[in-house]
Design a protein around this ligand. Structure first.
Ligand code: UDP
Length: 355
């Protein structure tokens, strides 16, 4: 039995790495297949986990369209599936890499496993294209690895048979445990900031590009001024993000603007933060492990568990709504012991399901 694991972006590597490493440890035949949809950020992450892909499609081009990414992955993966005689393709999450990877496996008649299945916003076009990607992947998956019971409920509601769904926990918790065992996060954080208390910010989502991102940043800046808390912000490489960040925070002396940091450094910053403001999906799942409250700068979240368990709040994208959400979150005491996203054993559950 041979499994191909496909990935192309930073968050995918974080969430497939523990599955890949566990498969190697158990001597399961596994092939790591990189599309490199986001070249630099994917590579940065592979180093953390000492992973080197068996195949690297190297598809990224400047201003690539979603169709060009999908088309390249569909065709190139077909060749690899044939050459390696794969039995399973595992994809993770909701990227175009994952969608095309799953579809390529489906076309070739091999089994498809979807890691982190069942997340739903309820609106096919928002977030774009992720929500459509999730749904397409689930349609062609033989096994859907739901991170939470809520994700399983979404899949049942969509009409999938319960035999195709397994609640595993989110592999991100497996990754966090790996990292905390291997690295001293507190001393790594000192390379970036000597501040003890700060707002950790990340923003990157396509749905927030432009005016919305400007409003969010203004809300964060207002909070930073009124509560005298500095901002620590590793800024995404996308020029559309950088332009707005520079406009709002470029001259602000309490903003520490960093290049995107590697995963370990990011976790060290997360561990040291007073509060988090972000539109990231992955960070919503990581923060509870460190007992941090997340102000989600969006109108919706596919991780309602975060809000339900008291670890976060939906802030919207207006200056005042973001400011008010930060004030509210600042006063919440978070209980670190109730992590709604997993127990660190998701990878082994996933592998045992296909053995
Ligand atoms: N992250 C990182 N360096 C950074 C910012 C974020 O390693 O400078 C990590 C973070 O810990 C999380 C992941 O990247 O696991 C989230 O990626 P992103 O926000 O790009 O994507 P999303 O999770 O929204 O799909």
């Amino acid at each position: 039995m041979k499994i191909g694991i496909v990935f192309g972006t930073r968050p995918e590597v974080i969430k497939i790495a523990p599955v890949y490493l566990k498969a190697k440890e158990k001597e399961i035949n596994v092939v790591a297949i990189a599309t490199a949809q986001h070249r630099e950020m994917m590579d940065m992450m592979l180093k953390v986990f000492d992973m080197s892909p068996d195949y690297d499609m190297n598809i990224m081009t400047a201003n690539q369209s979603l169709n060009s990414v999908a088309a390249k992955v569909l065709v190139k993966l077909e060749e690899i599936i044939k050459e390696e005689k794969l039995d399973w393709i595992f994809v993770q999450g909701d990227t175009t890499t994952a969608m095309a990877g799953a579809l390529s496996g489906f076309h070739m008649g091999i089994k498809v496993g979807h890691i982190e299945a069942g997340l739903r916003s309820g609106n096919l076009r928002d977030p774009f294209p992720e929500e459509m990607n999730r749904r397409v992947i689930d349609q062609v998956s033989d096994l859907m690895f739901a991170p939470t019971k809520n994700a399983k409920k979404n899949l049942l509601k969509d009409g999938f048979s319960k035999d195709r769904i397994l609640v595993t926990g989110n592999t991100v918790v497996d990754s966090l445990i790996y990292v905390q065992e291997k690295f001293d996060l507190d001393s790594i954080r000192k390379q970036y900031t000597s501040e003890d208390d700060y707002i950790l910010v990340t923003l990157h989502r396509r749905e927030n590009w432009g005016e919305k991102m400007k409003n969010i940043l203004e809300g964060i800046k207002k909070f930073s001024i009124e509560y005298n808390l500095p901002i620590v912000f590793p800024v995404h490489l996308n020029p559309k993000v950088r332009k707005v960040v520079n406009e709002v925070l470029g001259e602000y002396d309490k903003a520490i603007l960093l290049e995107p940091v590697d995963y370990i450094s990011f976790l060290s910053l997360l561990k040291g933060a007073r509060i988090v403001a972000s539109d990231s999906g992955g960070i919503q799942e990581e923060a509870p492990s460190f007992g941090k409250f997340v102000v989600v700068c969006r109108n919706t979240t596919e991780r309602p568990e975060l809000i339900e368990s008291g670890y976060g709040i939906l802030a919207g994208t207006e200056k005042l709504s973001v400011f008010k959400a930060l004030v509210k979150g600042f006063n919440v005491k978070v209980d670190k012991s109730r992590n709604p996203f997993g127990d660190g054993k998701a990878s082994i559950r996933i592998l045992e399901a296909v053995l």
